[in-house]
Design a protein around this ligand. Structure first.
Ligand code: MFK
Length: 565
């Protein structure tokens, strides 16, 4: 009988163990801010591998259940979630996971500090990060478009640190007619004695345990007619329950049976006259709700990179324990090469994600050192680019790292397979890769954000000098030149052809931006021992072809049709 038992991977304090996070914060934050937040992050880095992680595990082994009728046939629509789900709500408020972004205690750096906490929290949260992302987005939306009533009633609660006051928000955009194409939404808003009542089905509503939601509906005129398309959609605020605790004229039809994020109660809802409040201008619903989903898209990047990082921590630890072919995995060259490739991918995605949060902070705190119009345009463009790129990188990294555990990665009781299931959602919700590639084109060609991108990369590369940076930045500059020419060419090309290259164009924008960010990080630490490591990562990144994208010809489109249909 074998007496052999493999030791499983273990997690250390997730702040202490994350050299990249610490070095990134040390570089970005003013010294006094870094010192102020370091103790808190260190404490939190321990919580996310102890009590918070235990709560997440409890949530994941006690999935939400919907009871539609009581034993006597009354409609109750009762969603039972694990007690730990409610505890995570409390933890989120107390830790200020939304509040930090709005207290703005650290000025333009508040969003970076907030992201660091969300980054530590997400992989230990059983996707409580999802309601928090929507809450953050709703807070931003109300801050931007809300009236005094909404600021007093909702904004204060969404951004509170007091668990007794704290609210979370839903974001109900998806209907049966379209998840990507929201313009086909059918929910209508009818006027009722000066108030609005909503009627329709919402097909994917995450975290139905929220107290409020932001949603879209088509206002009916006196004749019962509506305006078709996006122009007919308006934004509404509603609360899920009335003062008496009963649902606000809505029914929960069922909980979604999802591939992953199984602790998260995602529902189909029927609005049957739910009382709602118009937010912003009638007909400006999609444009207004973009303020919300541009925040959740940033949080999606945070979730993607922090998931990659958590799996890397587990895989690295395991490589020091597991033996095969007479050696530890960490001494098997091909195994190490595979993990190193994933680490480089992760570090690239990490820098992009943190840079977007930094830009968000800059746009929210006037008086910061860079031109705010440039930060605004860059944020607009890099939000979809970062969302799509980090989600895809995380999927590739997760697949590879789950495999790196061999059969253990395929067995549920190790807790590893759920990472792969969950990773898929990050590439779908908040806009699929293709929808976000199209949004990238919208930001470049409709909103003219490309010149801010070009200026930003050139300025960053311009600040790097000396060996080996002069040589390393050359291929990045060439790739950027290619993107500049290509963007010019795309602006006059047939839209159908431009659309076909949208995805590789967005990837190229990400890779070139990341190259600059990695070089900047390595340059900052060039006189310290750790600088060598960051330089190696930058070197590996810049060896790749950064912008392999061209506009296809019409023949390519014809061939696609022929190959498929
Ligand atoms: C931890 C993880 C966190 C994540 C939590 C997620 C949980 C929530 C789950 C969900 O709710 S998933 C559902 C998410 N759904 C989507 O993300 C929708 C995907 N579809 C799109 O994003 C489409 O691009 C969109 C519906 C927004 C628009 O498509 P169209 O019909 O082609 O729009 P059009 O006419 O180009 O744009 C309409 C207006 O919105 C325009 O403004 P104007 O009316 O002033 O001309 C656009 O400029 C504006 N717009 C669109 N995207 C924008 C934007 N403005 C700013 N930023 C953007 N990204």
């Amino acid at each position: 009988m074998s007496e052999f038992f493999q030791q499983g991977p273990e997690l250390k304090n997730q702040f202490d163990d994350d050299e990249l996070l610490r070095s990134c914060l040390r570089r970005i934050l003013p010294e006094h801010v870094y010192h102020e937040v370091e103790t808190d992050l260190k404490r939190f880095g321990q919580r996310v591998v102890s009590d918070i992680l235990a709560l997440a595990e409890h949530v994941e082994s006690n999935e939400p259940v919907l009871e539609t009728f009581d034993p006597w046939g009354r409609r109750v629509d009762k969603v039972t979630v694990s007690r730990a789900w409610q505890e995570l709500d409390k933890v989120s408020a107390e830790e200020g996971l939304v509040a930090i972004g709005y207290e703005r205690k650290y000025g333009e750096h508040s969003r970076t500090v907030q992201m660091a906490k969300k980054y530590l929290f997400h992989p230990s949260s059983a996707y409580y990060s999802c309601p928090l992302a929507m809450t953050d987005g709703a807070a931003k939306l109300i801050e931007t478009y809300g009236d005094t009533f909404l600021k007093d009633r909702a904004f204060k609660r969404l951004t509170s640190r007091d668990p007794n006051i704290f609210w979370t928000s839903g974001q109900w955009m998806t209907e049966k007619t379209g998840g990507s194409d929201v313009s086909r939404s059918e929910t209508v808003a009818r006027s009722d004695n000066g108030a609005w009542r909503l009627y329709g089905t919402k097909w994917f509503t995450s975290a139905v345990t929220a107290q409020m939601a932001m949603t879209l509906a088509r206002i009916e005129d006196e004749k019962g007619e509506t305006v078709a398309g996006n122009r007919g959609l308006s934004l509404f605020y509603l609360e899920l329950r009335n003062e008496d605790g009963e649902y606000n004229e809505l029914e929960i039809l069922r909980l979604k049976d999802k591939l992953g994020t199984r602790g998260l109660p995602t529902a189909e809802l029927e609005l049957k006259g739910s009382r709602a409040r118009l937010v912003g201008r009638p007909g400006a619903g999609v444009r207004s709700i973009a303020t919300l989903f541009n925040i959740t898209r940033i949080d999606n990047s945070t979730a993607a990179i922090s998931s990659s990082r958590r799996l890397l921590a587990l895989a690295r630890d395991y490589a020091g324990k597991r033996e095969a072919f007479g050696r530890k995995l960490r001494d098997l060259p091909l195994h190490v090469d595979t993990l190193a490739k994933m680490e480089v991918r992760f570090q690239g995605a990490f820098h992009l994600g943190f840079y977007v949060s930094r830009l968000l902070g800059r746009t929210e705190c006037p008086g910061s050192d860079i031109d705010s119009a440039q930060a605004q345009a860059l944020l607009r463009l890099l939000t979809p680019v970062s969302k799509l790129y980090t989600a895809k990188q995380n999927l590739a990294i997760t697949s590879e790292l789950v495999e790196s555990f061999g059969g253990a990665g395929y067995c549920e009781d190790t807790g590893l397979p759920k990472w792969l299931r969950d990773a898929q959602t990050l590439a779908i919700w908040e806009g699929t890769t293709n929808v976000l590639s199209m949004d990238t084109l919208r930001a470049v060609f409709k909103e003219k954000c490309f010149s801010a991108y070009e200026a930003d990369v050139r300025q960053r590369l311009g600040r790097l000098s000396g060996s080996p940076f002069d040589a390393l930045k050359e291929p990045v500059q060439r790739s950027l030149d290619h993107l500049v020419e290509l963007t010019e060419e795309m602006s006059g090309a047939v839209p159908e052809l431009v659309e076909v290259c949208a995805r590789s164009y967005a990837y190229s924008l990400a890779r070139v931006m990341i190259a600059g960010l990695l070089l900047e990080h390595a340059h900052f630490y060039r006189d310290e021992a750790s600088g060598q490591k960051w330089l190696m990562v930058a070197h590996r990144w810049c060896e790749k072809t950064l912008s392999p994208v061209t506009i296809p010809d019409r023949e390519h489109i014809k061939m696609n049709q022929a190959i498929l249909f």
